[in-house]
Design a protein around this ligand. Structure first.
Ligand SMILES: Cc1cc2nc3c(=O)[nH]c(=O)nc-3n(C[C@H](O)[C@H](O)[C@H](O)COP(=O)(O)O)c2cc1C
Length: 375
């Protein structure tokens, strides 16, 4: 695993084709020219079935939250430090005992086989090759054992379902397969209308899991339990023996309550703008959550993180790591496992460069003083 690199690093310009296949390796695909940027969605759109693209891209309702998350990172301005030794920059970090090449994780997103034939096994292999960590969605279209075989460190995302027995079986299976932590998603007691609701999704039909979670199937018991309360955190911990992070927290009081109920971490998120439209941008919500619980548990964040400089801003605001949603799906569609690796490598390279230019040799050097106007 790469945990350090010499800065400033460079990367191919957008659109630069990857190197040709190595001689003697017929059929080896060229490394995909995938990099952290805002144009990934448009490029993925060109290669995906329309319904799949719409499903991944959609936000809830008027798509206000989905549209403004990225701008909230871009709106922040930095106060770089100078004359610090940045001859070597280390983007490596540790999260709940796991060493990572950078504080950029692949967050949980559903139905990867709509983006690529291999689905989550390709995602897992791509993430592992980049030295990162995958949060496997409980709406995955590959079985956890298959994903685990391809993965490096991974966590399992949980929706607590109306049929709690299904939840228990899913969790036990993930634990047996080697998940290192659970991520309980709490911002989705119901799923609101989205642009694509009702469109027939191109899910593979041969898979029992796909049928079970497939939109439109609506099997009884597979919906999220809307009566869920704080006690779910302790129940999940006792059921699994694993640390439980809570995903979908935007308020300081909720973060405090989750930690008091046993949460091992909090993920500031509005679900990529797919749940309550007009929910505040994660970049705006992050500082209050960090102030409330950041000294006790790691606070992570996702939503609209599109460049390495966005990551720097998130860390300066107090996040320990960021998660990527759509960019991982787009890179999977564009280049399979190699596309996912290229994406994560690109975030790491961009972060390394931004850290060097901001006068930070290590992740621990990043602090709120880097933000013009403060956190
Ligand atoms: C297509 C799609 C599927 C998602 N599926 C899940 C899921 O199964 N579980 C979950 O906790 N969050 C899910 N999310 C939310 C993401 O984990 C994450 O919060 C969000 O996508 C981050 O925003 P970004 O896409 O701007 O990076 C999904 C998001 C998208 C776009």
């Amino acid at each position: 695993m790469t945990t350090s690199e010499t800065a400033p690093a460079t990367e191919p310009a957008t659109g630069t084709p990857g190197p040709p296949a190595a001689p003697g390796a017929p059929g080896t695909p060229a490394a995909p020219a995938v990099r952290a940027s805002r144009d990934l969605a448009a490029r993925a759109r060109a290669v995906l079935p329309a319904a799949a693209y719409e499903f991944y891209a959609a936000g809830a309702d008027e798509e206000i939250s989905a549209g403004e998350a990225a701008d909230a990172w871009r709106d922040r301005r930095l106060l770089p430090r100078v004359l610090r030794d940045v001859s070597s920059v280390d983007t490596g970090t540790e999260l709940l005992g796991t060493r990572l090449a950078s504080p950029v994780l692949a967050g949980p997103t559903a139905f990867h086989r709509m983006a690529h034939d291999e689905g989550e096994t390709a995602t897992a292999a791509g993430v592992a090759a980049a030295g990162s960590l995958l949060v496997l969605s409980s709406r995955a279209t590959r079985h956890p054992e298959e994903v685990a075989a391809a993965a490096g460190p991974w966590w399992y995302q949980v929706y607590w379902l109306r049929d709690a027995e299904i939840t228990r079986r899913q969790v036990e299976r993930a634990v047996a397969a080697g998940a290192r932590a659970l991520v309980l998603t709490v911002d989705a007691p119901y799923v609101p209308p989205r642009a694509t609701s009702g469109l027939p999704l191109p899910l593979p039909e041969d898979d029992e899991l796909c049928r079970a979670v497939g939109v439109g199937t609506r099997l009884p018991g597979w919906e999220q339990d809307p009566s869920l309360g704080l006690d779910a955190i302790g129940r999940l911990h006792r059921m699994s023996g694993l640390p439980v992070l809570v995903k979908g927290v935007l308020r300081a009081d909720d973060a405090r309550a989750c930690v008091a109920a046993g949460a091992a971490g909090v993920i500031v998120s509005n679900h990529g703008g797919r749940q309550l439209d007009r929910a505040v941008a994660p970049a705006e919500a992050l500082p209050a959550v960090v102030a409330a619980v950041g000294d006790r548990v790691p606070v992570l964040v996702d939503g609209g993180v599109r460049t390495g400089t966005d990551v720097l801003v998130a860390l300066a605001l107090g996040a320990r790591a960021v998660l990527l949603g759509r960019p991982v799906v787009w890179s999977l569609a564009l280049g399979g496992a190699a596309g996912v690796t290229a994406l994560l490598d690109s975030y790491r390279t961009q972060l390394s460069t931004a850290m060097a230019l901001a006068g930070c040799a290590r992740v621990a050097d990043i602090g709120p003083d880097l933000l013009h106007g403060g956190a």
